[in-house]
Design a protein around this ligand. Structure first.
Ligand code: FAD
Ligand code: FES
Ligand code: FES
Length: 456
């Protein structure tokens, strides 16, 4: 097990040793003098700590406050300090300065790095900056700067290493960060170290480390496990590898799972989607996890693997209670299969939060109905997040709908039943009463928004 970790920071190779693998990249950068990268929230929300990394997935903007050092071994990292070359500002810095997009400057390195990374991904528009908050300038000039797209120069001086970007194992004392290159390797490590925790994008694990201080001595990274990163289309459906990131899903789904693709657009911001994975979202079993309701409405199945073999469970049987699932120690989510519908379905997904984008759901809902030509409902899946201890399907109301005509009256009656079905909690995102109202209102919204489609 390597006792040192290699990275390239702003073009220079650096060997790190004696720094715990769970130390966040931000803390390392700042402790080593790169204080241009700022800390705002330390939980992935504000973007002040954004840096660009080049690893297995190309150049990406990430929140360095929740990326453990172990996850970036052999990566190239560019920080705001690395952008100026020979005294000349980088075009994105120039654009931000020209637009007057900076006042106190605290958020500016983060904005600059998001714009810088977007050159490589080719992403344009406001979405690039969704994960960066500014408290004093106002967004108009910053958005203006984002409208001056530039592309990396042909002789790009920023990412130069010819070394493989594959992360390597790293260990300090009794803290180990393993980066296996195969599924078998990952499963063997989990079996060998019973207390070990799998980590994929680390967007939940990183926040736990920072905010709760929950520390596992052994982390097993799934980011470089090829078997978990496949996307396969079969006659039965689309099998999505558990360690595919949400940015990868956005790029690769190509309209094949519209419900999921719609939800991904309102799931966190680019820096988070660049690292967060599908399986991580399900395994964490948050009652407000956004992908579960969508995948429940799709009738998805989860493939679990361990050294003992594999098994498949319906996602509706996966969650067993608050933050608990059927997943056994040593088992991993290998993939999630979204079945191909036998016939066109009427579908919609809704996410209600305090902010339009980059926010955790108060309530999320996903609906999928199949109707016969005479508008009789023949199959229904109605799923919710934020209304119970787990993401749930409204099974009773699904049964109520089957065999009924898809009319205003049916929708209103179903909505009434839905409002009484769950006993959500009150919290800072919304009262129980508000959530109960949403459960029914979103279903009625679904009816009114989509009744024309059926009539057509
Ligand atoms: C700023 C911010 C915004 C967010 N916004 C949203 C949002 O809008 N909607 C939402 O739903 N969530 C949101 N999240 C939560 C988080 O990003 C997601 O839950 C994400 O999908 C987790 O994936 P990950 O790969 O980062 O998981 P990790 O943090 O790596 O792991 C999470 C858990 O899953 C386990 N795990 C990971 N992969 C596997 C696997 N293949 N098999 C078995 N267990 C596994 C880990 O052991 C860990 O217990 C947000 C988080 C942050 C920090
Ligand atoms: S410090 Fe706020 S996202 Fe990292
Ligand atoms: S310029 Fe002050 S926070 Fe953005």
């Amino acid at each position: 097990m390597a006792q040192s970790l290699r990275v390239w920071i702003n073009g220079s190779e650096e060997r790190i040793s004696g720094v715990a693998p769970t130390t966040m990249l931000l803390d390392y950068l700042r402790a080593s003098g790169r204080v241009g990268t700022k800390e705002g929230c330390a939980e992935g929300d504000c973007g002040a700590c954004t840096v660009a990394v080049r690893g297995e997935r190309g150049v990406q903007a990430v929140n360095s406050c929740i990326v453990p050092l172990g996850a970036v071994s052999n990566y190239e990292i560019v920080t705001a300090e690395g952008l100026v070359r020979n005294g000349v500002l980088h075009p994105v810095q120039e654009a931000l300065a020209r637009a007057g997009g900076s006042q106190c400057g605290y958020c500016t390195p983060g904005f600059v790095m998001s714009l810088f990374a977007a050159q490589y991904s080719g992403e344009r528009g406001d979405g690039v900056l969704e994960g960066n908050l500014c408290r004093c300038t106002g967004y108009l000039p910053i958005r203006e700067a984002a409208r001056s797209p530039s592309a990396p120069a042909a002789d790009d001086p920023y990412f130069t290493s010819t070394q493989p970007a594959e992360a390597a194992d790293y260990s300090v004392g009794d803290e180990h960060f393993f980066s296996p290159r195969s599924l078998k390797g990952a499963l063997e490590l989990l079996s060998l170290h019973p207390g070990a925790k799998p980590i994929a994008g680390g967007t939940d694990v990183g926040v736990e480390l920072n905010k709760v201080g929950r520390r596992n001595a052994v982390l097993v990274s799934l980011a470089g496990v090829p078997e978990l990163r496949r996307l396969t289309e079969t006659a039965a459906g689309l099998e999505l590898g558990g360690a595919l990131t949400l940015s990868e899903l956005e790029a690769r789904l190509g309209g094949r799972v519209p419900l999921l693709e719609t939800m991904l657009r309102s799931f966190a911001a680019r820096q988070i989607r660049n690292r967060a994975t599908l399986a991580g979202n399900l395994a964490t079993a948050s009652p407000v996890g956004d992908l579960a309701p969508v995948l429940l409405a799709c009738g998805a199945r989860v493939k679990l693997v361990s050294l003992g073999g594999e098994r498949t469970v319906a996602l509706s049987d996966f969650f067993t209670g608050y933050r608990t699932t059927v997943q056994r120690p040593g088992e991993l989510i290998a993939s999630v299969t979204v079945p191909k519908p036998d016939a066109p379905r009427l579908e919609a997904v809704y996410k209600v939060g305090k902010r339009g984008a980059d926010d955790i759901s108060t309530v999320a809902a996903a609906f999928s109905l199949e109707l016969k030509a005479d508008k009789i409902v023949t199959s229904a899946r109605l799923a919710y997040g934020g209304v119970a201890a787990t993401p749930v399907r409204a099974l009773e109301v699904e049964q109520f709908l089957i065999g009924r005509p898809w009319t205003e009256r049916t929708a209103a009656e179903a909505a009434g039943r839905l409002r009484g079905l769950f006993t959500p909690l009150s919290d800072l995102r919304g009262s129980a009463e508000y959530r109960r109202a949403l459960v029914g209102n979103l279903f009625e919204k679904f009816f009114y928004e989509h009744s024309a489609e059926v009539a057509a």
